[in-house]
Design a protein around this ligand. Structure first.
Ligand code: HEC
Length: 194
């Protein structure tokens, strides 16, 4: 029995490729004709394209799964960054209100942690194209007005850097700095979060 020999890694043996087209070819030409390779050219073409199609489908599924994971990772990373930012505000707030005895070292440490966090908040990495949907509460505007969103991040970053530079040593110095930092939370969420 003459087995057709096909070039290419995707093509094996037509009988292991029970594609609908192969089955139709069997009906039209008879199974024996197919097995003997007498109707090789059309079978060759249809079987090869079927194999390629399957390969493309598998490749596409893997690609879709990978990019989906990348988006989920970016969403999780930006939400985790916000939680860490929030955490530093929770440390600073009682000092700014005078609810806790002023501790300049603890305040500076929180401000510096916040500063590093905001400087590491990379809009391009955290908001890649395609990550506007999923488990996220972002406004679509982040993708249509990237400079506007970057400006909001820069404003936040600038206010945090100013607080670090001010090196506050009492409640009176800290209160307006924390108020300035805190005003960014509401204004950014109002404009860029759903
Ligand atoms: C430059 C814009 C911007 C600033 C400034 C900002 N946020 Fe956010 N924040 C966002 C965006 C955008 C999201 C939504 C992220 C998502 O769901 O993908 C968010 C989400 C959050 C979340 C929810 C995180 C989660 O687990 O889903 C918290 C909490 C939060 N922010 C706290 C704060 C606090 C506190 C401040 C101020 C100290 C602040 N944010 C400043 C843009 C900002």
């Amino acid at each position: 029995m003459a087995k057709p020999r096909f070039a290419g890694a995707f093509v094996l043996d037509r009988r292991s490729h029970q594609s609908p087209i192969t089955k139709i070819s069997e009906v039209v030409h008879g199974k024996a004709a197919l097995d003997e390779g007498r109707v090789r050219p059309p079978a060759y073409v249809t079987i090869q394209s079927w194999s390629l199609m399957k390969t493309c489908l598998i490749a596409f599924s893997i690609f879709a799964a990978l990019t989906g994971t990348v988006h989920a990772d970016a969403i999780a990373a930006r939400q985790a960054a916000m939680k860490r930012i929030s955490q530093q505000l929770r440390v600073l707030s009682p000092f700014a209100k005078g609810d806790l005895d002023y501790d300049a070292a603890a305040v500076m440490s929180a401000l510096q942690t916040l500063d590093a966090e905001v400087k590491a908040y990379d809009v391009e990495v955290l908001f890649p194209a395609g990550s506007e949907t999923g488990n996220t509460k972002v406004s679509q505007k982040i993708w249509t007005d990237r400079p506007g969103f970057q400006a909001a991040v820069d404003k936040f970053s600038g206010d945090v850097a100013s607080a670090v530079a001010a090196n506050p040593h009492d409640v009176a110095a800290l209160t307006p700095l924390v108020a300035a930092i805190g005003s960014n939370c509401g204004s950014c969420h109002g404009a860029w979060r759903n």
